[in-house]
Structure formats: structure tokens, C-alpha cells
Design a protein around this ligand. Structure first.
Ligand code: ATP
Length: 720
């Protein structure tokens, strides 16, 4: 007798989330019993008179029933739905579960009587014409089947004439088919879509009775989960709508669940599930460490990020994803803290950043050494210090003569470098007297400590999120901190979201990703309308791929449709705030008092500076809108009441149902200091960072995006 396979579907979790709490406990008890032994006599199965002979119902209590797939052959049991008795039976009468004849994946299908939308939606205006509209897809049946379109949906798919109709058909199409059709509808060539999404033209034979094999297919794993552990089941039922914890996209799974022969780089636009990959990969590697008896039990997985907020968020999510023993093998720390920890010694200088008072004081003293010739502004020196001296660890005049100044817009000959050098030398002297050390020097010190054998790093694997904001020196340090070899480094990032600093090429940091560069393409977070708006903010800008090449967002899509982002311009700050408060109050009025989240927790107002944000908070308070600032040091408590307030920088990595980007005025975005440089290359970089800031903030919106300004709108909003 083959082993019993117990699984559940995404629909089951969604249905479970909808039933009253007191009933959920009963379902949980039933599910536990079911998992222990799906053939237990205590489970009351009933055969149903439904089109699909493999569906059964199980009694939960007097009122509720679960619908289960129990094929006649094999030992597979899949929980599909749970509802009140009549509604559950009704669901079972309207659905069937099939193994797709070409792809072999398991699909839940609305039964044929409902396969075609009852009402065809209104076509968009530009398709209204007397002539019959062209079909949206020219592909042949054979090709559509290769993409996972169910046989019974071939007819409806071939009669579609526009994307709106495709969208209306979405609930009746398996995700993989809808995704492939969306790319086709948006103009991607058929052969490319077939290559990415289709099974080969002559696929392996599919056994349409082998449900256990069907469950193992990557496309099935997008919506079905084979339950292996009791604890895991409990975690799923505790957060039934956190799909990311349970169901991975095949492109995510391919990155997570395999060994890699060296560093891997993963790109992907905002919301494509990069952080989800980071977390699942950390867990997968932690499990391997636990399973590997020969492995040193001190070995850990390090997850590092650029911002502290994201590290806190990841740590919190990992607690919900992992078992305790897995968690004990994972360490999450943002890069600044990591470096500070590595170089911390009794009496060691304190690490400082340009915003630090001591740093600024040292700089003011150093500027006293500024020569009359060449006559360069102070901003030039600061940029030279930050972009040449610190990243290349230039310590002497000779080093400076040899340093690369690639990417600087003003050339300097040897004599000029010699004239400038005393300023930088003085800066180091001043810092050293104050027992301070710039962060970058700390990084080089950590590298030197590894080289001298003074630092033994406990990490077998390192995973980097937000890699686009890491400097070359920190990436180099990470290379030093983990032995080269299998699964050593996973580098995840998106050049479009670089809001700090400049590009650094992995290959120049000793990280060779050749043949291991991957990309995620489906945006899970925002609507397609928001995605397009956000992408347009960066149109025509040169974006890198974290290595020596370039990246684009042409193949990045969202499958969710929604309202177009709203842009509003007001004569002055008060008018903008009146309108914003009105919107927020309307949103707050719809808050469900039964919901566990605090009133306003799903809405966020962002502005370019803290000062503006303070003014906004005051204005909103005068309109009776409760607000709550997002903290840098603690995870957001969703139960806390208040519309969230954050700077554009602070919302990186987060997401909200509604995003309001306020005061997008000329002189605010780009920030005034962007233009305070003589160096044209530097100016372009800064401007790109500012555009990326808006792009990042816009892509935090799950459902709605609202952008407003007063006075003159930001030049980035012109023509929008
Ligand atoms: N496989 C999945 N199933 C369901 N939801 C997913 C999946 N992958 C990601 N998501 C959801 O999509 C959203 C974006 O995911 P995530 O934050 O990992 O994306 P990201 O690429 O890191 O985004 P960004 O770069 O914009 O910060 C989250 O709400 C996440 O839960």
C-alpha cells in the first residue's frame, strides 16, 4: 500500500479564514485528526452526488462540512473547502479537480456550466467598433494546452478579444495559465512565453489518475501543500491568509530548494517576492544544516539587509515561518550592526556616519586645509572623500595617486591630487584623535581581521537582501565572511530601488555569479496600474543589474488589476491637507471594529523629510485623523491605531493597502541638496536616487496609490 499523502489547497485556507473563530477551532481539531489518519473511522465521510466523483464531504460539526478530494485510486487526500453545510455542498457541485492532460498539474476547475463568464464585461472604448474584434490569442489549442489552459477553457480563451475579458475569466483559470496568457496579451512573443511557462512540445506521458505525482509538480505547489508536520499545519491555520509562507511561485521555488554551485544573484522589480525568497531560502539552508550530521553545529545562516527596519521585519516573519531549531540556526542583522559587531573590541574607535556630530566636526577642521588652487567647492571634497577615499581605503598620498576616480565628473591630475590630499589626511587625523572611525574603514578593518585570522565567522551561508544599496566594500567583506563553495552567497536586489549610494559590481567584489543570475517577474503586491505608474517614473534611466550589465523592467508584470493611481495638485499646504484628511477620514470610517488591525494601520502617508512629516502630523491631528509614526527600531504593531507616517526612505520594504505620497512639490523632490554639486555625474546619480525614492514609495501600495502636491509639482510628476 502506498504512503498516505495529505494536502490542502489555497482555497481551503481562504475558506477557513472566512468562517467564525469559534468554528475555526472545530475545523482545526478535525484537520488534525484528518492529518493523523485520513481513514480514521471518527471522520464522517459522505459521498456526494457531484459532477466530480472524487469529492467527499467530512463533518466538522452540526453546521459545517469540509470538502475533500479522495480519488478512488491511490492514497491521496486533499482538503479543498470548508463552509456551512449547504454552501459546502454547493461549492462541491460547482467544482472539479483535474490533472491537466499536458502539464500534469493538479487544477481546481469551476464546472463547465459556469466556465464562461455569465456576462461579458464592457469592452474598453477603443475596442468598440462595428467590425468583429480580433481574437486576443492566435495560439493553437496545442500551444494553449502547453501553457496549462484546461481543456474545458480552450473555447472561452479563444473567444477573448481584450485584456479586460481575460481579467474577467481569471477566477476560472489556473494561476499558471492566467499568468502565461497575461504575458501573451501584453505582447510577449508566443515562443518566449512557451519557453518560460510551457511544458515541452512532447512532454512526458501524464497519468491522469496519479494524484500524488500531480501534487509534486511545481505548478501544483503554487496552490496545494502536502502537509508533512503537525507544527507546520498549525502555523498555516494560525495565519491562513499569509500565502507566501506556504505557496511559492515555481520561479521562487527553483531558487529556494536546490543547491547552487556558487554565488547566485536574484533580481526582480518591487513586490516580486524577493524577500519571500530570502526567508524561505534561509529556512531551507537552516534545515540542511540541521539534517547534516557531519556539519559543525555552530554553523549558521546569515541574513543581512541594508536597512534596520527590514532586518527587524524579516526576523519577525521568520519566527512565524520556522521551527525553533531552524530559527536558532539563522541570524538576521543589518549590515551596519554586523560590521559594528565584528570590529568591536575594548578601546576600539567608535564607528561613525556623516550625520554624526563628531564626524561633522572633524570635517570642518579638515576643510581648514583646503588649498586655494585648484579652486574647488567644499561639496567636491566631500564627494571625493565619500566616493574615492573611503570606498578604496585610500590612506596615503601614494594611494591617492593610484586611486581610480571612475565615475567622478571632474578630472584631477597628479599635481592637483597632491594639493587636495592634506584635506583628507587631516580628516583621518581628526577622526583618529576623537577615537572615531568612518563606517567604511570599519569594513576594511573587518576584512583585515579575517585575513589575519583574527575573526572566525560562524556562517556557512550568507543571504543579502536590498543588495542594490550595499557599497562595494561591504559586498567584498561578505565574500570574505563565508567560505567559497556550494550555497555560499545569495544576493537579492533591484537596481531600480537604489535610494542610498551608488552601484557596485559584484564581480569587482570577488563575487562571481556567472550562469547564476536569475530574475523574478511577477509583482504580487501592487496592481498593474500602480506598477506602470511607478515604472514610468524611471523610464529612460540607466539601471544596472548589480553587476556589470544593465537591467530593465520590461518583463515585469502584476496580475492584479485595480484603480489607476490618483494625482492631485493643490494651491497650498492647507488645501492639500484638507483633501488628504478628508480621504483618510473616509477610509477610517470604513474600518471594521471586529478587525484585529488597529484603525488606520493599513494606510500610510509618506513625505520626503521628517520636517514635512511633522507638519503633516499636526495638520492631520487638527482634522481628527489619528496618526502613528513608523519606528526605525521596532516592528510595526498592527494593532496600534493610527494612519502610519513615514519618510520616503523609511517605507522601503514595507507595504500598505493605501499609500499617500504627500507634498511631492518642486524643491522637495528632488531634494534641494541634489543640485548642490558642481559635478554633473554626481548630480545625475543623486537625481536618480530621488526618482527611485518615489518609485519605491509608489510600489508600497497594495490597492490604492494617491500622490499629491502643492505650489509647483515636482518635475518628476510633469506630464502625468
Ligand atoms: N509566492 C507568493 N505567494 C503569495 N504572496 C506572495 C508570494 N511571494 C510574495 N508574496 C507577497 O508579495 C508581496 C511582496 O513580496 P516581497 O516583499 O517578498 O517582495 P520584494 O520583491 O522583496 O519587494 P520590494 O523589493 O518591493 O520590497 C508580499 O506581500 C508577499 O507576501
Amino acid at each position: 500500500m502506498s504512503e498516505i499523502t495529505v494536502a490542502l489547497s489555497q482555497e481551503f485556507l481562504e475558506a477557513y479564514a472566512r468562517i467564525p473563530r469559534r468554528k475555526q477551532g472545530k475545523v482545526m481539531a478535525m484537520v488534525t485528526k484528518f492529518r493523523e489518519n485520513p481513514r480514521s473511522p471518527g471522520l464522517n465521510y459522505e459521498t456526494l452526488a457531484t459532477p466530480d466523483p472524487n469529492l467527499r464531504s467530512i463533518r466538522v460539526d452540526d453546521d459545517y462540512r469540509a470538502i475533500v478530494l479522495k480519488p478512488e485510486h491511490g492514497n491521496v487526500y486533499v482538503l479543498l473547502w470548508v463552509d456551512k453545510h449547504d454552501d459546502a455542498y454547493d461549492w462541491a457541485a460547482r467544482h472539479r479537480v483535474d490533472i491537466h492532460p499536458r502539464t500534469g498539474s493538479l487544477q481546481i476547475l469551476a464546472s463547465s456550466t459556469e466556465a464562461v463568464p455569465a456576462e461579458h464585461p464592457e469592452p474598453p472604448p477603443n475596442t468598440m467598433s462595428a467590425a468583429p474584434a480580433e481574437p486576443l490569442f492566435q495560439a493553437r489549442d496545442r500551444e494553449l494546452l502547453r501553457l496549462g489552459v484546461p481543456e474545458m477553457m480552450l473555447g472561452p480563451v479563444k473567444t477573448l478579444t481584450n485584456e479586460i475579458e481575460l481579467e474577467a475569466l481569471a477566477p476560472r483559470l489556473p494561476e499558471e495559465a492566467f499568468e502565461a496568457l497575461t504575458f501573451l496579451a501584453q505582447g510577449e512573443p508566443l515562443n518566449e512565453v512557451l519557453e518560460t511557462y510551457g511544458v515541452p512540445d512532447t512532454p512526458a506521458e501524464v497519468d491522469r489518475q496519479d494524484f500524488a505525482a500531480a501534487l509534486r509538480r511545481p505548478d501544483s505547489q503554487r496552490r496545494f501543500r502536502v502537509v508533512e508536520e503537525e507544527q507546520e499545519l498549525e502555523r498555516m491555520l494560525q495565519a491562513p491568509l499569509a500565502h507566501w509562507r506556504v505557496f511559492l511561485h515555481p520561479s521562487q521555488r527553483q531558487l529556494v530548494e536546490r543547491h547552487w554551485n556558487g554565488p547566485v544573484r536574484v533580481l526582480g522589480g518591487a513586490g516580486t517576492g524577493k524577500t519571500v525568497v530570502v526567508m524561505h531560502r534561509a529556512r531551507w539552508l537552516a534545515r540542511r544544516l540541521l539534517e547534516d550530521m557531519a556539519s559543525d553545529n555552530q554553523k549558521r545562516v546569515l541574513v543581512t539587509t541594508f536597512t534596520r527596519n527590514l532586518a527587524i521585519d524579516i526576523e519577525q516573519h521568520l519566527r512565524q515561518l520556522c521551527r525553533d531549531d531552524e530559527l536558532a540556526r539563522i541570524e538576521v542583522v543589518n549590515i551596519d550592526r554586523l560590521v559594528a559587531r565584528l570590529v568591536k573590541r575594548r578601546g576600539a574607535p567608535r564607528l561613525v556616519y556623516p550625520s554624526d556630530k563628531g564626524y561633522r566636526k572633524a570635517w570642518d577642521s579638515a576643510m581648514q586645509m583646503k588649498p586655494a588652487e585648484p579652486n574647488l567647492p567644499e561639496t567636491f571634497y566631500l564627494e571625493e572623500w565619500q566616493q574615492v577615499i573611503l570606498p578604496q581605503h585610500v590612506l596615503t598620498r601614494q594611494d591617492y595617486f593610484r586611486a581610480s576616480r571612475a565615475g567622478r565628473g571632474v578630472a584631477l591630475n597628479r599635481r592637483q591630487r597632491a594639493a587636495l590630499w592634506p584635506v583628507f589626511e587631516e580628516m583621518r587625523t581628526q577622526l583618529s584623535h576623537a577615537r572615531l572611525r568612518p563606517f567604511e574603514d570599519g569594513v576594511f578593518e573587518a576584512i583585515a581581521m579575517v585575513e589575519r585570522g583574527e575573526l572566525s565567522a560562524p556562517w556557512a551561508h550568507i543571504i543579502v537582501d536590498e543588495a542594490q544599496d550595499f557599497g562595494a566594500e561591504t559586498l567584498t567583506l561578505l565574500r570574505y565572511l563565508v567560505p567559497a563553495g556550494q550555497d555560499d552567497l545569495l544576493i537579492v536586489g533591484d537596481g531600480h530601488q537604489r535610494i542610498y549610494g551608488r552601484r557596485a559590481a559584484l564581480s569587482r567584489c570577488g563575487i562571481n555569479i556567472r550562469g547564476r543570475g536569475k530574475k523574478l517577474r511577477i509583482n504580487y503586491r501592487t496592481t498593474e496600474q500602480t506598477r506602470r505608474f511607478a515604472v514610468a517614473l524611471l523610464e529612460g534611466q540607466p539601471i544596472d543589474d548589480l553587476d556589470e550589465g544593465s537591467d530593465s523592467q520590461q518583463d515585469y508584470r502584476s496580475l492584479l488589476q485595480g484603480e489607476a493611481p490618483e494625482l492631485h495638485h493643490y494651491p497650498d499646504f492647507d488645501a492639500e491637507m484638507d483633501a488628504l484628511a478628508e480621504r483618510l477620514n473616509a477610509h477610517l470610517a470604513h474600518h471594521d471594529p471586529e478587525a484585529p488591525e488597529g484603525r488606520g494601520a493599513d494606510s500610510c502617508v509618506v513625505a520626503r523629510t521628517q520636517r514635512l512629516l511633522d507638519q503633516i502630523a499636526t495638520a492631520l491631528a487638527s482634522h481628527g485623523v489619528p496618526t502613528h509614526p513608523i519606528s526605525r527600531n521596532a516592528p510595526d504593531d498592527p494593532e496600534q491605531t493610527g494612519v502610519r507616517l513615514a519618510t520616503l526612505h523609511r517605507v522601503k520594504g514595507l507595504e500598505f493597502r493605501e499609500m499617500h505620497i504627500a507634498c511631492v512639490n518642486d524643491g522637495v523632490i528632488p531634494a534641494k541638496h541634489t543640485g548642490r554639486t558642481e559635478d554633473p555625474v554626481e548630480r545625475r546619480h543623486r537625481e536618480l536616487n530621488e526618482r527611485a525614492l518615489l518609485h519605491v514609495a509608489a510600489t508600497r501600495a497594495i490597492e490604492r496609490l494617491h500622490v499629491s502636491s502643492h505650489g509647483q509639482p515636482s518635475p518628476f510628476l510633469r506630464n502625468r
